[in-house]
Design a protein around this ligand. Structure first.
Ligand code: ADP
Ligand code: MG
Length: 227
């Protein structure tokens, strides 16, 4: 994560209040100091809230986490204690950051459980946490696939799948794990793919293959500047 905060106060940028977000979420955004959407948030959130699959491209530090975080939180049924959203990240460090941001975004909502499942961490506590249930899982592909094989994670009720830094996950050789995980999710899911590489140009083959294979008529949004 970049330490730089996007310049979201420039004139002409859209307020979160222009979206139909639950009032608790909106109020909490204000308390986090998020008043206007960053460009990638403004470009991707309306499509996400309309239930569309999205391929979003924007550089580091542009606020992609809150974009998909708000998208998935609006789709949760809090009273149903099952895994409804899965965010896959390339590294444990990124997964921890994403989980932290989703928890901050969700703190105005009652009792949302966000669980991280990453390699390098012991399995025992993860198995224990999974047995207690979670609404949102954030993890790395290898460990998530391991839990699926063991039967400790069930994705049958998944509603939102996020591939964060999809280009990096593919560079790291996670393509087979991603495909295996996606194969365990319902086809009715919403799929959101975020990456620094778009669908065109150099290095785009892997991202394009995932988009073509696993996304349903995605809305493609690309933002080249953070201001
Ligand atoms: P990315 O995933 O695109 O690299 P992050 O999601 O890590 O970017 O966000 C970068 C920083 O911007 C974080 O510190 C986050 O808290 C902040 N941020 C995100 N959205 C907003 C917003 N709408 N207004 C102000 N700051 C924001
Ligand atoms: Mg990010």
């Amino acid at each position: 994560m970049s330490d730089s905060v996007p310049d979201s106060d420039s004139p002409g940028e859209a307020a979160f209040a222009s979206l139909s977000l639950p009032p608790e979420l909106l109020g909490n955004l204000g308390s986090l100091g998020y008043h206007t959407m960053t460009p990638i948030q403004a470009a991707s959130l309306p499509a996400m809230l309309a239930g569309r699959d999205v391929v979003a491209q924007a550089k580091t530090g542009s606020g992609k986490t809150a974009a998909f975080g708000l998208g998935l939180l609006t789709r949760l049924t809090v009273s149903s204690f099952s895994v409804q959203a899965l965010v896959l990240c390339p590294t444990r460090e990124l997964a921890d950051q994403v989980a932290g941001e989703i928890r901050r975004l969700a703190r105005a909502l009652p009792n949302i459980k966000v669980l991280t499942l990453c390699g390098g961490a012991p399995l025992g506590p993860q198995l224990n946490s999974l047995a207690h249930g979670a609404h949102v899982v954030v993890g790395t592909p290898g460990r998530v696939e391991e839990h699926l094989r063991k039967g400790s994670l069930n994705l049958a009720t998944l509603d939102t799948l996020v591939l964060d830094e999809a280009d990096r996950m593919l560079d790291m050789g996670f393509q087979a794990a991603l495909e295996a995980i996606i194969g365990e999710t319902p086809t009715s899911r919403q799929t959101l793919m975020f990456s620094a590489t778009g669908l065109q140009g150099e290095g785009a083959e892997g991202v394009r293959a995932i988009a073509e294979g696993f996304l349903r008529d995605p809305v493609n949004v690309a933002v080249s500047e953070t201001h």
